[in-house]
Design a protein around this ligand. Structure first.
Ligand code: S3P
Length: 425
């Protein structure tokens, strides 16, 4: 599908965005290995989370999906069954990396694969620590999917993370539930901690002492209801739209504002953005609030270090906002962008370039001159949901219309993105 986005004059909206992708994946995975029924509300029915559901159904778990309400009939830590067929993770890096850890310590074997993009995403980052734990996990494609896992006895390890990655950390923590002895993961920069929060909520024993995360063996997990907050990564597109569009005010309700995810808010605030958080509260151990954004004059900043993992998925739309700022914005330490659903440094520079943007590519990020007015163009999503949505936000304040080809990939994380964008008019 192609999508054409017309410029917008102003936005005044009170809205929601769909459920958090990271939390939705985890609710299904952890619910499957808990005792009892996990009732999930606000579930993201995007393609990635549906891939997770399909994998756990193949592992013998009964899962009822009723729109955003999902019930997972958990079978306990040792209740999964050998799948009869290959587990297809589609486009989802979170699914393949997390379930690799979960499946490494089972008493059966399985095979995992996904789409063309998944087959280009590095898996050695999970193969290495899981192998140290005694897992028998092999790539049949030189460090990329497909993966073959032969269930094995696991042992605890101490592992210092070479890259900040919540997927790798979570994979090790899931394997730790099946390991003899305790497992320690050490991270330099904090990555999202939804696994730690939700596993503990289900009865696990995971502690974080200044980046030293220790998981002690537990006998069982127990199902509890999970209310998934709205995804700050999806809200980020509308936050940027509100900041960049003249005479605008947008309120996005019930958004997850876990500190490990709010780098985008911190970065925009540093740039002088008018963003306020109201009604802060806790839901299932996760902080949530309503985000109120008004049109703002942004000033360029230099971004690097610990903030990068806290806004890794928002960097594409952050780049769009930086184009409108005063001064030159530098993004450093963001080489992880190269191994997302697409190489997001290259794809964003290429597509925004078609709209007239001049962005310099660096080894680990971008240099973005501000004050650039964009024009409409025919662009390509590279089948990357966040690239497509970032282009759409850039298009709102460009001269003329912008077409996004292969635009339906937004279904990965935000199925009704274009409808909600149109509702802002
Ligand atoms: C995710 C972790 C991040 C993020 C991805 C979701 C998760 O990936 O980019 O969209 O749910 O754990 P990395 O672990 O590769 O940084």
């Amino acid at each position: 599908m192609n999508k054409t986005i017309k410029p917008i004059k102003s936005i005044n909206a009170v809205m929601t965005v769909p459920g958090d992708k990271s939390v939705s994946h985890r609710a299904v995975m952890f619910g499957s290995i808990a005792n009892g029924d996990t009732e999930i509300t606000g579930f993201l029915t995007g393609d990635d989370c549906m891939s997770t559901i399909s994998c756990f159904k193949k592992l013998g778990i009964d899962i009822e999906v009723n729109g955003e309400k999902v019930v997972v009939h958990g079978k306990g830590l040792h209740g999964l069954k050998a799948p009869k067929e290959l587990l297809d993770v589609g486009n989802s890096g979170t699914t393949i990396r997390l379930i690799s850890g979960l499946l490494a310590g089972q008493d059966f074997n399985c095979r995992l694969n996904g789409d063309a993009s998944i087959q280009k995403r590095p898996m050695n980052r999970v193969i290495k620590p899981l192998s140290q734990m005694g897992a028998n996990i092999k790539s049949t494609n030189d460090g990329y999917a497909p993966l073959e896992i032969t269930g094995s006895k696991l042992n605890g390890i101490e592992y210092k993370m070479p890259v900040a990655s919540a997927q790798v950390k979570s994979s090790i923590l899931l394997a730790s539930l099946y390991a003899d002895g305790e497992t320690v993961v050490i991270e330099d920069a904090p990555s999202r901690d939804h696994t730690e929060i939700m596993l503990n909520y289900f009865g696990a024993d995971i502690r974080n002492d200044n980046g030293r995360i220790t998981s002690k063996p537990v006998k069982e997990l127990y199902a509890k209801p999970v209310a998934v907050p709205a995804d700050i990564s999806s809200a980020a597109f509308f936050i940027a739209a509100g900041l960049l569009t003249p005479n605008s005010e947008i309120t996005i309700t019930n958004v997850g504002i876990n500190k490990t995810r709010t780098g985008i808010l911190d970065a925009f605030l540093q740039m002088g953005a008018d963003i306020k958080i109201k009604n802060e509260r806790l839901a299932g151990g996760e902080p949530v609030g309503d985000i109120v954004v008004k049109t703002s004059k942004l000033k360029a900043i230099t971004l690097g270090g610990e903030i990068i993992p806290r806004m890794i998925d928002e960097l594409p739309v952050f780049a769009v906002a930086a184009l409108a700022a005063e001064g030159t914005t530098v993004i450093k330490d963001a080489q992880e962008l190269k191994v997302k659903e697409s190489n997001r440094i290259a794809t964003m520079i290429e597509e925004l370039g078609k709209m007239g943007a001049d962005i310099e590519e660096t080894e680990d990020g971008m240099i973005i001159k501000g004050g650039q007015k964009l024009h409409g163009a025919v662009t390509y999503s590279h089948l990357d949901h966040r690239v497509a949505m970032s282009i759409a936000i850039a298009a709102l304040n460009a001269d003329g219309e912008t077409t996004i080809t292969d635009a339906d990939c937004v279904g990965i994380s935000f199925p009704d993105f274009y409808e909600r964008l149109e509702n802002c008019r």
